[in-house]
Design a protein. Structure first.
Length: 85
């Protein structure tokens, strides 16, 4: 049997409509949301060239990031969690 992972982190969560536009249809675990978010950021070249910790939001991400144009990766996690239930 596989070792028990952190179930809170792996538990599928409902994704808000704003976040769904970026990561796809939920429910999905938080880890999957973060993975898809980074895939979206990289695919669209939204990581700041000078400071890799910053994400320059496009229109879809601004809805997730409370209207902010730029957030750092630590702030991103906090903002994204508001879209999970």
């Amino acid at each position: 049997m596989a070792p028990k992972s952190n179930s809170a982190f792996m538990k599928p969560m409902n994704v808000s409509a704003e976040l769904e536009a970026v990561v796809g249809k939920g429910p999905m675990p938080r880890s999957e949301v973060v993975k898809k978010l980074w895939a979206y950021i990289k695919k669209n070249g939204l990581q700041d060239a000078n400071n890799k910790r910053n994400i320059n939001a496009d229109a879809s991400l601004q809805k997730v990031f409370a209207g902010k144009a730029t957030v750092n990766m630590f702030e991103m996690t906090k903002l994204v969690s508001k879209h999970l239930s």
